[in-house]
Ligand binder design. Sequence first.
Ligand code: NDP
Length: 295
Amino acid sequence: KLAVVGGGNGFIGRALAKQLQKSGYKALSVSRKPGENTLTWKSIETEGLPKNTEVVINLTGEPVLNVFKRWTPNFKQEVWDSRIKTTKTLRTAVLAADTPPKVWATVSGVGFYPPSTSRIYDELSVPESTDFWSELTHAWENSGRIKNENTRHFVVRSGVVLGKNGGAMSEMLPPFKLGLGGPMGDGKQWFPWIHIDDIAGIFMHGVKNTSVRGVLNGVAPEAHTNGEFSKALGSVLSRPALLPLPSFVVKALYGSERSVMLLQGQNVYPKLTLDSGYVYSYPKLDAALKEVTSR
Ligand code: NDP
């Protein structure tokens, strides 16, 4: 059984590859660089998918919260293109395959839902306003959609993925370990989170269950604010004193449009994920943080 994963060498991709292998798949990545068990984007464009590919997933994307990259029009375009062009490339390859893959899945983000301190969103919520993040996620999801009876398609709208060796925790842990961590801004914004085993687990659940189609929210069922998250992380690290990072500093570092991701948030509930029968490995924040911060 063969699975092809765009961005498969990345943070989520590596975790997913392990779960795919456990379920008997050979996982190939699609990357900008050739390598072992790796296809290049060029080869997908010119030769299509390898014969008898059963599962195709795209997890590609220029990292958004890289503080060393200024939020310029060029960088925004890179953030956009790295997601949408790669999704279109894989979608075209899926539709052109002689034997249609059984599953085609893509990732997007909870930025699909406009930030709000009061609303609770599930997969069926209709966003009432738009910003850069909701435009990006709408375009990203739409660029992957197919109407094809032979290939089942689903999208996972991911929250902030917590795991070892990558993702948001690799940015957050060093200051917290030094006792310099704390909430961003007033800390009242929602912080939709998920453990890395669960984001990979939801993709596997979707691969295995033929009833999964459409959108699944990739967040834990337990919602927390940024302030609560910081408190829980400080406590797991025995660094209970928290140093809030003022909004103006966050805006100066990231630019105001990008800061929305950090200073505002969404309360997202994984209704269809739970209804479809997914059982979380880490439904609770404390246990997730203990695992992520353990050696
Ligand atoms: P990574 O930062 O690990 O990146 C995944 C892969 O994308 C990289 O390994 C790289 O592959 C490829 N990539 C990076 N920049 C570019 C670029 N400019 N052009 C083409 N390819 C590029 O991502 P994650 O694993 O953390 O996330 C995977 C996807 O899920 C991303 O699209 C991300 O936006 C989304 N997501 C992630 C969340 C998180 O908390 N991690 C939350 C919500 C959504 P290579 O170098 O091999 O070409």
